[in-house]
Every structure is written in C-alpha cells, then in structure tokens.
Design a protein around this ligand. Structure first.
Ligand SMILES: NC(=O)c1ccc[n+]([C@@H]2O[C@H](COP(=O)([O-])OP(=O)(O)OC[C@H]3O[C@@H](n4cnc5c(N)ncnc54)[C@H](O)[C@@H]3O)[C@@H](O)[C@H]2O)c1
Length: 244
C-alpha cells in the first residue's frame, strides 16, 4: 500500500497508461485526481476506482491551458488538502512533415505535451510536501524516431531535459522529479498512429501493457524510488537496445 495517505494527480487518466496508473495507485491506497480532456473518460476511471472501494475525483482539463491546470490543482487541494504525486501522462501526436504543418498545430503539440509538464510542475509543486514525487511521460521517440512526428519527438526530448533541470530546483524541497520513456504500449495512441498503421514505424518487438508502464511509474512515484532522481527510466521491453 505504497500510496496510503497520498493524493495522486494523473493526467490523461481516462485511457491507456494513465488509466492503468490511476487504478494501480488507488489499489495501493492513494486518493486519485483523474485529469482528462474527456470528462466522461476520466469519470469512467473514477467509477472503476469507486467500484473497487477506492477514493477518486475527476477533473476535466486541457493540460495545455494554464487556467484549466490551475483549476485542476485547486480542485485537488480542495478535495484532499495536499498533493503528493503528479503523473504528467496526457499527450498528443501529429503526423505532418515540418514543411507542411501549420504553426498552430506545432505549438499545440508543444503546449499539450511539454507545456502541461511545466504548468502542473509550476502550480502543483506549491502544494507538495517533502517526500513527494513527479513522474513525467517521455517516449522512445526522445531517443530514436520516425519521419513526420517531429513536434512529438521534440516535446518528449524536452520533457527529459525539463525533468533533469527541475529535479535540481526541487532537490532542497525533497521533491523528486523523474521520467518514464515507454516503448510500444498497447493503447489507442499506439494503434491509432498512422505511421504504425502504414508500417513506417515497425512494431516488431515486445508490446507492453498499460499495467507494465503503471508498474514503472508507481516505482518512481513511491518511496521505492527514494534514491532515484532527475533521470529517465526507459521502459520499452528492450526495443532501443538492438539495431533495427
Ligand atoms: N502507447 C504507446 O505506445 C506510448 C509510447 C511512448 C510514449 N507514450 C506516452 O504515454 C503517455 C500515455 O499514452 P497512452 O498510449 O496511454 O495514450 P492514450 O491515447 O491511451 O491516452 C491519452 C489520454 O490523454 C488524454 N488527453 C489528450 N490530450 C489531452 C489534453 N490536452 N488535456 C488532457 N488530457 C488529454 C486523452 O483524452 C486520453 O485519455 C503519453 O504521454 C504518450 O506520449 C505512449
């Protein structure tokens, strides 16, 4: 019961890795704030937590919008007083070459994926006591990528740099900041990816489950990861270890 007495915010908690992480943290005693753009999806995760006897609230929020992030943080503090864990999981992808992509679409990806990490860190950390932890979702695309996903790959590379730098700023306050970089994981984001559908991004090796990633995230978010700080845990089933 690693999260007993802890309030855990999980963005993107309405689907995939975020949902599995919220369910795992709730099973281990956490009080969950399930954040998602799609309120119905967040509420479905909350309902599943309640059905299993856990504690959770849903918060509708576009994680790239500062006002909405502040409102989600306020809702968490109002319901549970303090925040002990933030998992920045929500993200989006585009599939257009840089020469063709609209400026607004490029900056939307950066705001959603990287801006969200900045906003939840800036507004959430103020309510985090010593011993708290932030876990940011990166991707193997921060390390090796395919064509037409430059905004996504850029945002994930920047998230790893943000994680490293912000961990230094939080060290005196004893708030740890780490990232997890998943490989292929069996979620809508993987199978809806046009590059995966077309074969441009080949999924030849292991495909993880959302629960596999939740295990890695919960390790870093809990005291099990007490001496792990400022780093990125690659959780890709060995995908990046070999030549393609
Ligand atoms: N699935 C994979 O193969 C894979 C691989 C590498 C990295 N990741 C990363 O893991 C994380 C979770 O991915 P997933 O596969 O579980 O995705 P998913 O599509 O199953 O779930 C993402 C959730 O985020 C929500 N969301 C999207 N934009 C949002 C916004 N602006 N505000 C609030 N919520 C928003 C969606 O509604 C959805 O519920 C992402 O950061 C993703 O980049 C996934």
């Amino acid at each position: 019961m690693r999260f007993t007495g802890k309030t855990c915010i999980v963005t993107g908690g309405g689907s995939g890795i975020g949902r599995a992480t919220a369910l795992q943290m709730a099973r281990e005693g956490g009080s969950l704030v399930v954040v998602d753009l799609r309120l119905q999806a967040a509420q479905a995760t909350v309902d599943a937590i309640h059905a299993a006897g856990g504690t959770a609230i849903a918060a509708e929020c576009d994680v790239g919008n500062a006002t909405q992030v502040q409102a989600a943080v306020d809702a968490a503090v109002k319901a549970f007083t303090a925040i002990h864990v933030i998992v920045n999981d929500a993200a989006m992808m585009t599939f257009t070459p840089i020469l063709d992509i609209a400026e607004a679409d490029f900056f939307k990806v950066i705001a959603t994926n990287l801006g969200s990490v900045f906003l939840f860190s800036k507004y959430g950390a103020a309510h985090m006591p010593p011993g708290s932890a932030i876990v940011n979702l990166s991707s193997v695309h921060a390390h090796a990528t395919t064509e037409n996903v430059v905004p996504y790959a850029s945002s994930k590379g920047a998230i790893e740099a943000f994680t490293r730098g912000f961990s230094l700023e939080m060290m005196q306050r004893k708030i740890r900041v780490n990232a997890v970089a998943p490989g292929a994981v069996d979620t809508p984001m993987l199978w809806d990816n046009p590059n995966v559908k077309s074969g441009a991004e080949k999924i030849t090796g292991a495909v993880g489950t959302p629960e596999d990633l939740a295990a890695a995230i919960c390790f870093l978010a809990s005291d099990d990861g007490a001496f792990v700080n400022g780093t990125t845990l690659l959780a890709d089933g060995g995908r990046l270890a070999g030549l393609p």
